[in-house]
Design a protein around this ligand. Sequence first.
Ligand code: HEM
Length: 267
Amino acid sequence: VSATTAEKPRKRYPGEAKGFVEEMRFVAMKLHTKEQAKEGEKEVKQPEERPVQRWEPSVDGYLKFLVDSKLVYDTLEGIIDKAPFPSCGVTVVLLSAKSSFFFRFPASVVWSNEKNKVISLMWSASDAEFRDTGLERSEKLAKDLQWFKEQGYTIPEPSSPGVTYAEYLKELSEKDPQAFICHFYNIYFAHSAGGRMIGKKVAEKILDKKELEFYKWDGDLSQLLQNVRDKLNKVAESWTREEKNHCLEETEKSFKYSGDILRLILS
Ligand code: HEM
């Protein structure tokens, strides 16, 4: 084969060899500032991008952050609970009417076309189930807000950053599964990493080190995260390169919306 006709090797994306979650992580880490995380590359522009050690949080601001975070988790977990859900990877499979293949997917929507083939539209294959992952935060936040109430604090109504993000997530869940998955990944994984660090520092400064439920998981967190990574990788296996890129491109918005909510801690 001459050099001119030889096929060029396909472009490899950072993290691709390890699976799609690694690609999402790579893009997310670059959007941190150096102060936030070693791999960060972004310049500090917003107050919440400054080192957490130097934050001056207030209890009122932190309560706003918790309330808006709860609205986001309520929304996300409500969406996931509602089945069928196309973000779990819509796979269209053509198979013969006699095949027992689709029995393995009880949630499939199945019908016949004119050529006596069966088209199975799998909304939620069992390996792509994002319910009850153990990462859910909504009930934990409800307990924390109850605790603040018992301490005599007034719980505020959700504010604009939370309401705006919740609306956006609902919109994506109906029309853009790849973008929705990007937010799903970033919301849960950011909270398990930087989020925990923020919780610890803020508690040291204003809550007499009180450890909130928001930062506690039932079971081994690293195992829960790994289970979700495996499922996300499976879902993305059926995506085209364009769909994957579309998902990755959504990361910036995820940082923008979450950053707006984080900033409430400093308000
Ligand atoms: C990971 C800090 C905000 C998404 C991390 C890590 C740190 C960190 C220290 C761990 C890096 C490592 O594995 O070595 C922070 C701080 C933030 C912040 C201090 C704000 C003050 C955000 C935001 C998002 C985000 C707004 C997106 C919404 C992620 C993701 C990971 C991560 C996806 C990867 C987690 C994993 O590897 O499982 N962050 N972060 N972070 N962060 Fe952030």
